[in-house]
Design a binder for this molecule. Structure first.
Ligand code: COA
Length: 162
């Protein structure tokens, strides 16, 4: 299940985002400090073009879906996700959550935001997520290079049309 994040979940989200495996596939790889996170959180929850959603796996908060750049007129939005790698790993549910979160994010974006096109950007080396996206019908529509941790990294842009 996906639902809007509660205020008291902010630190939990920061902990998940700071996991080395999540940082290792993000565009900004530094450890996010408390103040930086608070600033990002308050700017995000008051921005109509963005939404922080919590993914519950069998009733347990287990991941985050970020929707951003929601353009009502163009009926488009971007998205990203990450999981509670440690918590799901301890419960032996990591793989199952990987399989489920994406389908739920797609369903939510199309139903709740009423968009026509959902866009994701993934590091080219992040083969696991590129494969997952393809399985869900995303098509690779372009590539570009961006600086990640001081290195030029190829990024692929993937889109899913309703
Ligand atoms: C992993 C992923 C979700 C990271 O998403 P993200 O943090 O929103 O993406 P970015 O790192 O580009 O962050 C966007 C901006 O928000 C900021 N930000 C994101 N989370 C933040 C937080 N908790 N606190 C403060 N700033 C934050 C970043 O610093 C960045 O700022 P900038 O634009 O000024 O550089 C995204 O790269 C993705 O979806 N990858 C594919 C899926 C994947 O591999 N998921 C991991 C599976 S475990």
């Amino acid at each position: 299940m996906l639902r809007r994040a509660f205020e008291h979940e902010s630190e939990m989200v920061r902990r998940w985002r700071n996991h080395p495996r999540v940082r290792g596939v993000s565009f900004t790889d530094h450890e996010i400090g408390e103040a930086e996170h608070r600033g990002w959180w308050s700017a995000t929850v008051t921005d109509d073009t963005r939404r922080i959603l919590i993914y519950e796996h069998d009733g347990v908060p287990s991941g985050v879906v970020n929707l951003f750049d929601h353009d009502v007129r163009a009926r488009r939005a971007g998205w990203g996700f990450y999981l509670d790698v440690d918590g799901l790993g301890e419960r032996g549910e990591l793989l199952a959550a990987w399989m489920r979160i994406e389908g739920e994010a797609i369903a939510y974006a199309f139903a709740e935001l009423e968009i026509g096109t959902l866009r994701g950007e993934v590091l080219v080396r992040n083969e696991a997520v590129r494969t997952l996206h393809r399985r869900h019908g995303f098509v690779e529509v372009g590539t570009y290079t961006r600086r990640v941790a001081g290195v030029e990294e190829p990024v692929v842009v993937m889109e899913l049309v309703r």
